[in-house]
Design a protein around this ligand. Structure first.
Ligand code: LLP
Length: 462
């Protein structure tokens, strides 16, 4: 279904002072505006109208913001890196056919971590030669799928190499391999999303690197094309990314010395975004410039020919493009304690607050500029006290039926959603130029029974 709304031209801007070239620094999607009734619009569509048409909870994805972030990475790499470069979208942030197609059309590549993400990317039209497959415990089937399509496999451990060697007789071409190692770099982010330190389940230990590289000298089934490291996610510091370049250049020098014609250096992702006003992430340009200059400098210092520079942004590509709409239902005030405003979704469509204590920003979609007179806690509808989306936030007085818009929900919300309490997953719409298109159908309660099997002996007697 396609709905059209008022064109955004007549609308007043909603958030002032947006960073147009680096949307990860904004709270709201680019060009968010107010319609003639003062209601919030994204991509030229009035959010309350989207909620009425498609139901809630609803994931709204702004195409202009998504394209702008892709462009920002592409242009910054072209401006700051003198060699070849490619940004790969880390599709774990939000995997769908529509996003794969959009990102492919912007000339980016893609990082997948499972057969599901890989199939989504391929069917979304992402060329196989621009895809890499990650994972610390890939199945033989996942490796076979990647290798048969010519997707680059990121070897994370010895088990990957064993399984690939077993698959070798079935392969028509040598596997393009990248080697992941833990760089031993600490950064300040939630411990669940830190990966660069030595105590990590991902990648080869740096002490093993030489042994693995020597082992690969004798593997005729594969060709080592690159090295990979990733230090973590939602990082605001630039220094760890800069430090990573030196560690990776040492590994590159070693690999080339051992006869591997390694051309790709993949520095992972990790750039943070703004969830609340106090967040102040670097711009995409600043991040790319830091990384690019550090790689150039590290290679120059070691007399290395420049590799192709790859990076893997996830969150900073899609988060700010996403807004989740909820309908407000019950409101409960406990005098002297707090007011709970409950919405029709929660931890099943956004598990980040309960998992990482993440904070978000929200407004009432029909009155986004009304005075925020109440201090409330926005709770989800799941049978769990910790199912709280926003704790102690300021909102105008809310009533049942109001539409709540939560910003910066484009990354790690849909992709980490669940059916907890057998709650169906939301629909998703892509908006732009006043048009909304359904890109993910809403699950129906009866569809959730699709995979249940009731043994005959337990069937109700009829
Ligand atoms: N490359 C690799 C190998 C990764 O493991 C990740 C994220 C990325 C790239 C993309 O990182 P980004 O640019 O999005 O920071 N669920 C957590 C985030 C987990 C990140 C996992 N790996 C969250 O909701 O905060």
């Amino acid at each position: 279904m396609v709905i059209t709304s008022q064109p955004p031209v007549k609308a007043a801007p909603y958030e002032q002072g947006q960073d147009l070239s680096s949307p990860n620094r904004n709270l709201t999607p680019l060009g968010s505006s107010l319609d003639s009734n003062g209601e919030l619009m994204v991509g030229g569509c009035t959010l309350s109208e989207l909620a009425r048409t498609y139901g809630t909870p609803l994931y709204v994805l702004d195409e202009a913001t998504l394209r702008a972030t892709c462009r920002a990475y592409r242009e910054a790499l072209a401006a700051h890196y003198p060699g070849r470069a490619l940004a790969l979208y880390a599709s774990k942030a939000n995997s769908s056919l529509a996003i794969s197609a959009l990102v492919a059309s912007e000339g980016l590549g893609l990082d997948a971590v499972s057969a599901g993400e890989l199939l989504t990317a391929l069917q979304g039209g992402m060329p196989a030669e621009r895809i890499v497959l990650h994972g610390n415990n890939k199945s033989k089937e996942e490796l076979a799928l990647a290798a048969s399509h010519g997707v680059t496999v990121v070897a994370d451990n010895w088990r990957d190499l064993e399984l690939l060697a077993e698959l070798a007789p079935e392969l028509s071409q040598p596997v393009r391999l990248m080697l992941r190692f833990t760089p031993g770099i600490e950064c300040h982010t939630h411990e669940y999303i830190r990966t660069g330190h030595l105590d990590s389940k991902f990648g080869f230990d740096p002490d093993q690197l030489e042994t693995v590289l020597k082992h690969l000298q004798n593997c005729s089934w594969g060709r080592l094309s690159g090295l990979h490291a990733h230090i973590g996610s939602q990082i605001f510091e630039l220094q760890p990314h800069s430090d990573l370049a030196g560690v990776m250049a040492d590994a590159l020098a070693l690999a080339r010395r051992l006869g591997h014609p390694v051309e790709d250096l993949n520095v992972g992702g990790g750039l943070g975004i703004r969830y609340v006003t106090s967040d102040d992430p670097p711009s995409i340009q600043a991040w790319v410039q830091t990384v690019a200059e550090a790689v150039v400098e590290a290679c120059r210092a070691r007399g290395l020919e420049l590799p192709r520079l790859l990076c893997e942004p996830g969150r900073s590509l899609v988060a700010t493009a996403g807004v989740t709409l909820y309908s407000i239902g019950s409101c409960k005030t406990i005098p002297g304690i707090r007011t709970y405003v409950s919405v029709d979704g929660g931890m099943s469509d956004n598990p980040r607050p309960i998992t990482y204590q993440s904070t978000y920003t929200a407004v009432l979609a029909e009155r986004p500029t009304a005075a925020a007179s109440d201090n409330v806690t926005v709770a989800g509808k799941h049978c769990e006290s910790g199912d709280v989306l926003l704790k102690d936030v300021a909102l105008p007085k809310a009533k049942p039926g109001d539409v709540l818009a939560v910003f910066a929900t484009g990354a790690y919300n849909a992709s980490m959603s669940s059916n907890y309490n057998r709650i169906p997953r939301p629909a998703a719409v892509l908006v732009g130029d006043g048009v909304a298109e359904l890109v993910q159908r809403r699950e129906q309660p009866e569809e959730l029974l699709r995979y249940d099997v009731l043994p005959a002996r337990l069937s109700p007697i009829t």
